[in-house]
Design a protein around this ligand. Structure first.
Ligand SMILES: [Zn+2]
Length: 154
């Protein structure tokens, strides 16, 4: 368990969302992915891995923790690139009460609200436009028109 906590703390400090390189250039998802993969490798095979990872259970726990961390990263980045995060066409959204097209609640160019979603690999943060319906006086998140229940839509 101590090894897992160490990993999470290290990941937070050294890797979490380094969006810019030392030269100020924006780092790509691919850059950040390689950083994370490199750190995961080092955590497992270098650093204090040899001292901390002795039993099979410790190694198994570490490998699983690393895999979950990498999976969360992939999922978060994939979800962030989804065009449904901020659809250009308001008519692609609909009010869950009346079905009418929503109006964007966050102005263009402003930061979208973040929310945490629980997934198979843990909690991830995602940003989505919020939509308002003046008629029903509600605000909602929407990925678009309903496609049926159980589709796992965002
Ligand atoms: Zn409505």
């Amino acid at each position: 368990m101590a090894a897992q906590l160490t990993l999470e703390a290290a990941g937070t400090v050294t890797l979490a969302y380094r969006r810019f390189a030392m030269d100020g250039k924006k780092r790509t998802v691919r850059d950040r992915w390689f950083d994370r993969a490199e750190a995961a490798y080092r955590r497992m095979f270098e650093d204090k891995g040899h001292e901390e990872l002795v039993t099979l259970t410790e190694r198994e726990t570490m490998a699983q923790s690393i895999a979950k961390d990498l999976a969360r990263f992939l999922l978060e980045e994939q979800v962030a690139q989804d065009p449904a995060a901020e659809p250009d066409d308001a008519s692609s959204t609909c009010c869950p009460k009346c079905g009418e097209a929503g109006m964007p609640a966050v102005e263009e160019g402003k930061k979208l609200p973040e929310r945490t979603v629980t997934t198979l690999v843990g909690d991830i943060d995602m940003r989505r436009q919020r939509w308002g319906c003046a008629k029903c006086r509600i605000v909602f998140f929407s990925a678009g028109r309903p496609t049926g229940s159980g589709d796992g839509g965002l």
